[in-house]
Unconditional design. Structure first.
Lengths: 101, 101
């Protein structure tokens, strides 16, 4: 597998009043992931990148981590360090953000 | 897992002369996947969607299938039916398009 973990962050923007993850918020999340991974020297093993709609609009801002296929919802920039430390590095699911898909 | 297979198709466009998968080509591939999946009634179990750069620019147009993490390169619209039939439905890797990551 090319990456030990591959994180897809939704940056899809729908027109109001439809709920969506949002381009701006998605970009901010992605920047936070990239910064955290680079600081830890993990950017070659673990990739975080943008994606279109992950089919979880009502629960966004959303992302999915593969190969596990774990979906997280209502993710804020302040949650990124915990997601990296717990899930991406230590394989522990962050239950408070996990979506039950 | 929300989807039995989750296909991320790169739609990233870089400025020439840099090689990239390309927005137009990626969109055409994605349309072909969606059409094929819908025709087979598989659109709820198997998702194909757009993604940003998959870090395989030199081998594009590229896509990755999760949870396996199988990368395919130089994918053309004419290859989509085979990818759906072999890989997504029957779990057989399409060796001639597989990238060795």
């Amino acid at each position: 597998m090319k990456f030990a973990k591959h994180v897809f962050v939704c940056t899809n923007q729908k027109e109001a009043p439809k709920k969506s993850c949002g381009a701006e918020h998605g970009a901010a999340l992605l920047d936070a992931f990239k910064q955290e991974l680079t600081q830890r020297g993990l950017q070659k093993e673990i990739r975080a990148q943008r994606a279109g709609c992950l089919d979880a609009c009502a629960f966004g801002p959303a992302l999915v981590v593969y190969p596990e296929g774990t979906y997280y919802g209502n993710v804020q920039v302040a949650d990124v360090a915990e997601l990296v430390e717990k899930h991406l590095v230590n394989n522990e699911v962050v239950e408070r953000l996990k979506l039950d898909f």
